[in-house]
Design a protein around this ligand. Structure first.
Ligand code: FAD
Length: 441
């Protein structure tokens, strides 16, 4: 490897974009370190494979929070991608931006360049929306966005039921207004998942002589010279190695592991670092703080007659077998589902300026992230708080760089506020799911 200019840690959504953009200049030497492997598994490329990926440890860090006092001692399962593409290789593929007001708030909090007017051109430049370009959408960008090619009739029934229940029909949640119910657009192309790795680390990009993609390489810490980041120590196949760079180390290890890496490198709250035997290099009390955990409850509805749903039954197994054959031959059919096919955004009170709750309608019974099998047919509706009040943290459990971080999602006092906020919206989702068009059963 030549003298590097940039080292990117983490080949997920952010890391893939940076690797592709920085290496556009042939004079710039870039290394991308990814702890997981290449994204070869068919479970990544076949959209329905997400049901397996989110459950197992193959391409998934599969973290848990510590037991949460605010959630009656429950631990929150935290799946995260561990493969090229990162979480975009294991996620539910919904193409969803934040609300315009979210970005405007960030800018108002003292972050120039992050208002919606600032970020919209970047979203449009990144996008290739198969519906076409308009004031909110782009064409010609690397990230393919489309409507599901074979949507499940249950998702459409959810939308109809939502309209009957009085919610607006919204066919573009990333358009002028987010409120209402409608189908989600997905990051798919030709019936396959279109992860950040597929969009940005194309064969042509990976062939660039100035881009070095190193997989199976888990960063242990940033190498510091004084207060300057000058390299990365990482572990690959049991060996500890170092890479140095002249410009920048870019931490793209995700919301949980980037702060962990900072603290392992001596950047973080002084007492916490010292408690783990790490000498503080840069004291920064905010590292690992302010974790926003978007708490989510799932209503699961048993609907034996809804045989078009994904379900454990003889008919369900037969449909899945036919789906495998169709996907292999045509990249169409049942297995092109992202499961969370439709959804909605509502305001729990008229006082909310923008929706504060999101629905994800799932075309199957989803219990415990799909880790608890449920016999028969049915459907589910996630109800997620978009502006949670609780603030958690990510801290070191130990100074071992290979250990999981200590994740606190819902500390007690704020979770009560969360539970209170849920009260108006769970009946709203029940109202939608009980309308006669959904579920037949
Ligand atoms: C199950 C699930 C479903 C989701 N569904 C959706 C959805 O439908 N729509 C949506 O918009 N968003 C969804 N998300 C969220 C979205 O995928 C993430 O917000 C996004 O991918 C985060 O990007 P990132 O680059 O910050 O991190 P990631 O994409 O997670 O990338 C981090 C990368 O860093 C690597 N890494 C970590 N530590 C190290 C280390 N020490 N050394 C080297 N590499 C390291 C990881 O292996 C990973 O590849 C979902 C997420 C999950 C987990």
């Amino acid at each position: 490897m030549n003298q590097l200019n940039y080292i990117i840690v983490g080949g997920g959504s952010a890391g893939c974009v940076l690797a592709a953009r920085l290496s556009e200049d042939p004079a710039t030497q870039v290394a991308l370190l990814e702890a997981g492997g290449d994204d070869k598994s068919v479970l990544i490329h076949c959209p329905a494979g997400v049901a397996v990926l989110a459950q197992t440890g193959g391409h998934n860090w599969a973290f848990d929070t510590v037991p949460q006092p605010g959630l009656n001692g429950r631990q929150g399962y935290q799946p995260r991608g561990k493969v090229l593409g990162g979480s975009s290789s294991v996620n539910a593929m919904i193409y969803m931006r934040g609300q315009a007001a979210d970005y405007d708030n960030w800018a108002a909090m003292g972050n120039p360049g992050w208002s919606f007017a600032d970020v919209l051109p970047a979203f449009k430049r990144a996008e290739h929306n198969e519906r076409g370009a308009d004031a909110f959408h782009g064409q010609g960008g690397p990230l393919n966005v489309m409507d599901l090619c074979d949507p499940n009739p249950l998702g459409q029934a959810f939308v109809q039921a939502g309209v009957q229940a009085g919610f607006a029909h919204n066919r573009d949640f990333n358009g002028a207004d987010q409120e209402g119910v409608g189908p989600y657009q997905v990051t798919h192309k030709g019936g396959e998942r279109f992860s950040a790795a597929k969009a940005y680390l194309t064969a042509a990009v990976r062939a660039r002589p100035n881009l070095h993609v190193v997989t199976g390489a888990q960063a242990r810490k940033v190498v510091m010279r004084g207060k300057q980041a000058v390299g990365v120590e990482y572990q690959q196949a049991g060996q500890i190695k170092q890479l140095m760079c002249s410009h920048e180390v870019l931490l793209c290890a995700g919301a949980l592991q980037s702060p962990q890496l900072l603290m392992l490198s001596g950047i973080g709250p002084r007492d916490h670092l010292l408690a783990h035997g790490i000498g503080p290099v840069v004291e920064s009390a905010g590292v690992g703080q302010q974790l926003h955990d978007h708490i989510d409850v799932v209503q699961v509805v048993r609907a034996p007659k809804a045989t078009e749903s994904f379900g454990l039954s003889v008919g369900g197994a037969w449909a899945a077998l036919k789906g495998i054959v169709r996907w292999r031959n045509e990249r169409r059919g049942l297995l092109t589902t992202n499961y969370a096919e439709a959804g909605g955004f509502i305001k729990t009170t008229a006082a909310e300026a923008t929706p504060d709750v999101q629905f994800h309608f799932v075309v199957g019974q989803l219990v415990n992230h799909g880790r608890t099998p449920v016999w028969g047919h049915g459907y589910s509706c996630h109800v997620c708080l978009l502006r949670p009040k609780s603030r958690g943290s990510v801290m070191l459990a130990t100074a071992d760089p290979l250990a999981a971080p200590l994740i606190v999602g819902q500390p007690r006092p704020h979770a009560r506020v969360g539970a209170w906020l849920f009260m108006p919206c769970v009946p709203a989702s029940a109202q939608v799911t009980r309308q006669r068009d959904v579920g037949h059963g």
